[in-house]
Design a protein around this ligand. Structure first.
Ligand SMILES: *Cc1c(COP(=O)(O)O)cnc(C)c1O
Length: 436
């Protein structure tokens, strides 16, 4: 009997069927359901370094890494110890702690555009706070976002462009009132001319432009030379706030984030993922004169019961301390480069010609399309079914890659030479298995 029960509990399908009865789609966040690639998601039993183990006992090399949060891989001992120590002293107080102060000082020292910081429990909340304070500061309502960029689940950011180059947003989720979607303007990524036209028309009503400085949520699309600088100039000319959503890129593409990498200073920055060391976290910060509009100093309300909670702070501090050591980002770059080049080589050797890897640091997307891809329009031409077949073949080979063509894969500091080699051997086999 116990073996019978054991075999059920070792089946992803059995867990998915059970999950479907109590969790919509079986998951707590849609992309995890594997709808874009088909098949059943891996139900994870545990993780260690670059590996996860499924309930079936199978070991996978993981490139999801909690969607980029785990820059040292799963359960790095120094983070586990920091969280254990914090937990013994109490997990949350609803009162200020020295750790929050040290954490904010740490971020402000590494990211010079951040003079003050407010912590939240997710990236979504960080973005909502940043946009609210930008609107409160400027007294304007409109926000500009880019097609293909994702900024969490807030109503006014779940929008897509209508027809035409730069338009008022229309909801891309049911449940978002069109009146709210209309407070957002949608522009094509990497298109400064479109941005200038938007500002010529609406500039005096625009509170903020929010951008993923390296787009990661349509798959990796780097900013073209001058794009971020151009956004800086046009927002400054019209007194609009420039918000870098560095929830994915912060402390990942460089210690100081994309703003350090490209040398452009935003007014506000949103963080999440890496700064929480794998615990639920977010933060937004920037210019002191803007941040001082937040309650209790100013009239812009923002709050959170678990904001700045000691466990997340402990994990975040341990992670950032470790990231400050010399050579860390060079090592991450070298491994990521090896994987990106190796994937392109494996595709080429197997006759897959409409293929390119787009990468900035340790964020990378294998696109089933000829590159370079510079906008949502470009990436949407990629062959999703080719990607889905490749994804399934990789999974069979023991590599857990993000289950969508329009996501980034993440390399961690635990992905060493051997892990890279095994990954590339798997990729070779996966490309070879594709129909010609
Ligand atoms: C993940 C992500 C978010 C949302 O963060 P959550 O913690 O999932 O709420 C926002 N912006 C970007 C760029 C992200 O990658």
């Amino acid at each position: 009997m116990s073996t019978e029960l054991g075999s059920k509990e070792q089946s992803h399908k059995w867990w998915m069927e059970r999950a479907m009865r109590v969790l919509p789609g079986g998951v707590n966040s849609p992309v995890r359901a594997f709808r874009a690639v088909g098949g059943t998601p891996v139900f994870v039993e545990s993780g260690d370094g670059p590996y996860i183990w499924g309930v079936d006992g199978k070991k996978y090399i993981d490139y999801v890494c909690s969607w980029g949060a785990l820059i040292f891989g799963h359960a790095p001992p120094f983070v586990v110890e920091a969280v254990e120590r914090a937990m013994r002293k109490g997990s949350s107080y609803g009162a200020p702690t020295p750790g929050e102060v040290e954490f904010a000082e740490m971020i402000a020292e590494i990211v010079p555009s951040v003079e003050m910081l407010r912590m939240t429990s997710s990236g979504t909340e960080a973005v909502m706070g940043a946009i609210r304070v930008a609107r409160g500061y400027t007294g304007r309502d409109l926000v500009v976002k880019f097609e293909g960029c994702y900024h969490g689940g807030a109503d006014y950011l779940l929008v897509q462009g209508g027809s035409g180059l730069a338009t008022f947003g229309v909801p891309n989720s049911h449940g978002v009132p069109s009146k709210i979607a209309e407070t957002t303007l949608v522009a094509p990524f990497n298109d400064l001319d479109a941005m200038k036209r938007i500002f010529e028309k609406h500039g005096r009503d625009i509170a903020a432009v929010i951008v993923e400085p390296v787009a990661g949520n349509m798959g990796v699309v780097p900013p073209e030379e001058g794009f971020l600088q151009g956004l800086r100039e046009v927002t400054a000319a019209y007194g609009a706030i420039l918000i870098f959503d560095e929830v994915m890129t912060g402390f990942r593409v460089a210690l100081g984030g994309a703003q350090a990498l490209y040398g452009v200073k935003p007014d506000l920055t949103c963080f999440g993922k890496v700064i929480g060391g794998g615990l639920p976290v977010g933060a937004f910060g920037g210019r002191r004169d803007i941040m001082e509009k937040l309650a209790p100093l100013g009239p812009v309300y923002q709050a959170g019961t678990l904001s700045g909670n000691p466990l997340a702070i402990a994990a975040g501090k341990a992670t950032i301390e470790a990231l400050k050591k010399p050579g860390v980002y060079e090592r991450l770059e070298a491994q990521s480069c090896k994987i990106a080049n190796g994937l392109e080589e494996a595709a080429q050797k197997n006759g897959v010609t409409d293929f390119c890897v787009q990468r900035v640091g340790s964020m990378l997307t294998p696109f089933f399309a000829k590159g370079p891809l510079r906008s949502w329009q470009d990436v949407s031409r990629a062959d999703r079914s080719g990607f889905a077949l490749w994804h399934r073949a990789m999974l069979e080979q023991g590599v857990h890659w993000p289950p969508s063509q329009f996501e980034a894969g993440f390399v961690s500091l635990s992905h060493d030479d051997e892990v890279c080699e095994v990954t590339l051997r798997a990729a070779h086999a996966a490309f070879a298995a594709l129909p010609k």
